[in-house]
Design a protein around this ligand. Structure first.
Ligand code: ATP
Length: 319
């Protein structure tokens, strides 16, 4: 293993930079050359590849986004695209690849690994929607951002005695709503994994109001549907003035939390070690606080389990 390539693909996540830094420095520590591939699989197909050194990754551990930039690339999903990618990998003399991203990115990496390119994957997505790992890099930073927003919205909600829906990211996975709802003390948490009962939300608003509660925060995952329609229905059923805040891409940026940086640093280091010991087709993850590596096929086929226990606790604490 003389030359390793690294790329970030799919939606960016805070902590990607810390992982890149770890990959670059661990490679150089092991006297292995490291090439940065720009804009995900797109840059791989176009040969946007440059040598990295110790100072290429200076001053990035605390920055959100990805210094290698990210992109979606449909061409890479085709047989032609895959062939082109393998060709570029050979031209640049890349012996192994480290790929950072979500499950789409992992599927692409699996194709490369099946085609004989040693490849290791690091889970980076704010959604925390990958079943084989307890956490993905970027998730806790997004949760911090949402909790901070909920605290601010709670202040104004209390002043005006309003209900507030805070719409967060998560089309199929409600983890951002669940974790930030629990940490932010939201009165209701609405996620795709649990059937949505608007009457229960309304009942809580009325009961809370009757005992003098001035705010009502609803953490709602975007996969549920239109937040404005939910707000309208709540107003009609309870008479409570209801506002909507859609947090959107703010959740994808910002300085990564210490936890995300630590996870990223450990995984970046491990990914290089695995390549150096001739491993391929592995996904790194965290299970019960342990760093794990699992076959990519198995990781991709592990269904994400919703933490119903945590959801129930949040419900109990918001009575
Ligand atoms: P996020 O969870 O943030 O959306 P992701 O990695 O799942 O991240 P995708 O857009 O699904 O994001 O995938 C990123 C890229 O990975 C795609 O643009 C494409 O190049 C490649 N990719 C996705 N799915 C496949 C697939 N089935 N086969 C080969 N390559 C794929």
């Amino acid at each position: 293993m003389k030359i390793i390539g690294v790329l970030t693909s799919g939606g960016d996540a805070p902590g990607m930079n810390a992982a890149i830094r770890s990959v670059v420095r661990t490679s150089i520590y092991n006297q292995t050359r490291i090439l940065g591939i720009k804009q995900g699989y797109n840059g791989l197909l176009n040969g946007e590849i440059e040598e990295m050194n110790l100072s290429s990754v200076a001053d990035i551990i605390h920055r959100g986004g990805t210094m290698l930039r990210s992109a979606r690339c449909d061409e890479f999903k085709t047989e032609e695209g895959l062939k082109k990618a393998i060709n570029v990998i050979k031209i640049f003399g890349i012996d192994g690849l480290i790929v950072l991203g979500g499950d789409g990115t992992f599927k692409g990496a699996n194709n490369l690994s099946d085609a004989g390119i040693p490849t290791i994957c690091i889970p980076c997505t704010i959604d925390n929607d990958m079943g084989y790992t307890d956490y993905t890099i970027g998730f806790f930073t997004a949760v911090e951002t949402v909790v901070d927003a909920i605290s601010k919205i709670r202040d104004t909600s209390t002043s005006h005695g309003r209900a507030n829906i805070v719409e967060v990211m998560g089309r199929e996975c409600g983890d951002i709503a669940l974790y930030s709802g629990l940490a932010g003390g939201a009165e209701s948490i609405i996620v795709p994994e649990v059937e949505f009962d608007i009457d229960e939300v309304c009942r809580k608003i009325i009961q809370g109001r009757n005992r003098g509660k001035l705010h009502h925060i609803i953490a709602l995952a975007e996969g549920i549907g239109n937040a404005y329609e939910v707000a309208k229905e709540i107003e009609e059923k309870t008479g409570a003035e209801t506002r909507v805040t859609i947090l959107g891409h703010i959740q994808r940026g910002g300085t990564p939390t210490a936890f995300d940086r630590i996870m990223a640093s450990k995984m970046g280091n491990k990914a290089v070690e695995l390549l150096l010991s001739n491993e391929s087709g592995k996904a790194l993850g965290i299970k019960c606080n342990e760093l794990i590596s699992m076959d990519l096929d198995k990781a991709l086929n592990t269904k994400k389990e919703f933490d119903k226990n945590m959801y129930d606790i949040a419900k109990i604490l918001s009575i």
